[in-house]
Write a protein that binds this ligand. Structure first.
Ligand code: 8X3
Length: 249
């Protein structure tokens, strides 16, 4: 049987990178995308030979289109799309937020996810086969203090996932939303623009999730029998009740 093909966006770090490793180990051919060419090549060298790298900025619809158009014909029938590319920038009151941070989050977390979906899902519909797995967040369930715009983008991911599932209900294409809680990756370092001390505090006094924990759930959803559609999974660190309630040692 031919290898299944998984395309993972934002695969150069964190949950995306962990998904790339998990799917490669599970026997998938993987297409990994991201902006950082060196990181993509590094990962490909580790995981090869069944890896294709696509270097582009997901915020740029034209770049997204031409990267996807460059996929060789024998790798175009993507079985699993993991819409992972996303980030948080800043943690401050909504009325004091940075406009550039907002634009970057909205363009990556919402528009980038939409571009990949719009360009890849029609092929799945045509073949009546495929699986879209969107990485949302506990932050999409309810706003938390100083995180309104990030939370709003993840609420949008929830709405877009639900909408896609409705629009694909007559097909065999499955749609899943994975909502992680506190996962220790470079997420907070990016959020705080490289302030590692502030980033470290986010995970102090709890046992946070790892990127591998989340990649396991993504692969679990993808591996479920075809009649099983894991619609949504919320995965929290122990001692985390939701986006706001975290009990630390
Ligand atoms: C990441 C989870 O709680 O740090 O989306 O916003 S949280």
């Amino acid at each position: 049987m031919e290898k299944q093909i998984a395309l993972i966006t934002g695969a150069t770090s964190g949950i995306g990178e962990a998904c790339a490793r998990r799917f490669a180990r599970a026997g998938y051919f993987i297409i990994i995308t991201g902006r950082n060419s060196a990181r993509l090549q590094f990962l490909a060298a580790e995981l090869g030979p069944d890896v294709l790298t696509l270097q582009f900025d997901i915020r740029d619809a034209e770049a997204c289109r031409s990267a996807l158009d460059s996929i060789p014909a024998h790798l175009r029938d993507i079985d699993v799309l993991v819409n992972n590319a996303g980030l948080a920038l800043g943690l401050e009151p909504e009325y004091e937020g940075d406009l550039t941070d907002w634009t970057t989050m909205i363009d990556t977390n919402i528009k980038g996810l939409l571009y990949a979906t719009r360009m890849i899902v029609p092929g799945m519909v045509e073949r009546n086969s495929g699986h879209v797995i969107n990485i949302g967040s506990v932050a999409g369930d309810a706003a938390y203090a100083n995180g309104a715009v990030y939370c709003a983008t993840k609420s949008a991911v929830k709405a877009l996932t639900d909408g896609l599932r409705i629009d694909l209900a007559a097909t065999d294409v499955r749609v899943t939303l994975i909502k992680p809680g506190l996962v220790e990756t470079n997420f907070s370092n990016i959020r705080f623009h490289g302030d590692t001390e502030r980033a470290d505090k986010v995970y102090r006094g709890i046992d946070p999730l790892t990127a591998d924990d989340i990649a396991d759930t993504v692969l679990y959803a993808a591996s479920a029998p075809k009649h099983v559609q894991i619609a949504e999974m919320l995965i929290l660190a122990n001692h985390q009740a939701n986006g706001s309630i975290i009990v630390r040692d």
